[in-house]
Design a protein around this ligand. Sequence first.
Ligand SMILES: NC(=O)c1ccc[n+]([C@@H]2O[C@H](COP(=O)([O-])OP(=O)(O)OC[C@H]3O[C@@H](n4cnc5c(N)ncnc54)[C@H](OP(=O)(O)O)[C@@H]3O)[C@@H](O)[C@H]2O)c1
Length: 252
Amino acid sequence: MSAKFLNHVSVVTGGSTGIGFSIAQALIAQGTKRVYITGRSARTLNKAAVQLGNAAVAVVSDVSSLSDLENLKSEIDKHGDKLDSVFANAGICEKNEMGKTGEAEFDKTFEINVKGVFYTVQTLLPLVKDGASLVLTASICANNGMEGLSLYNASKAAVRSFARTWANDFRDRKIRVNALSPGFTLTSLMENGLNMDKEQIETMKENTARNAPAGYMAEPAEIATAALFLASQDAKYVNGIELTVDGGVSQI
Ligand SMILES: NC(=O)c1ccc[n+]([C@@H]2O[C@H](COP(=O)([O-])OP(=O)(O)OC[C@H]3O[C@@H](n4cnc5c(N)ncnc54)[C@H](OP(=O)(O)O)[C@@H]3O)[C@@H](O)[C@H]2O)c1
């Protein structure tokens, strides 16, 4: 076991499934002392915490709720912890058809994906150590115009933008802020947000295999490896960037 994260304390929002869960798992495999994982569903979160073991603390917390974020902060305070890294990863991906998009859909995507990332960081900032690392999960969609996803794409462009400004805002505290942009990754986001059935997911896998130079669709663990790189001392001169982890699909 490599121990790059020995005695490390971290928060992973949206840590109950998919990419966030894999980040928590990888942190623990590398010696992390404690990782706070969040999500809205207590059931999913508790299942994840059992799988992750004693180093994981599950906190039911909706990133779009400022009082939930304050509760998360109190929980970390109760343990007497300060944070070495924050993975602002929670997000949703829902299609919106132009001409038929209601205000509630607009608000939902921006409340979770944009406001959620903003207030996660602002709320936890007093607990973040000088020299810590913040990793914001954006998406390759921050830079493309994927059909039917105008709200999602714009929300992720905002996340990418936060990384630039905060890298500047937090320079005196030597807190690094980077965006991580996964490509197509096999997680429950496909069923939950995009309402894809098994057949559609298979088609997407085949399309990704054809279009991405890597030749297959990513597993969440492959995205987590890149997230941990950004949080680690190996990346101590990496700041304000967007690290694209997509098997090359958006580069060709
Ligand atoms: N999978 C992909 O292809 C892909 C590609 C690019 C970027 N991403 C981004 O990667 C991130 C993780 O997604 P994923 O693919 O791992 O999907 P996922 O498996 O659906 O995971 C999403 C996580 O976020 C949590 N979450 C959702 N809304 C939340 C809220 N309001 N407050 C707190 N937690 C919330 C979910 O738990 P609850 O539902 O219980 O709240 C879950 O833990 C997202 O930001 C997504 O946009 C994914």
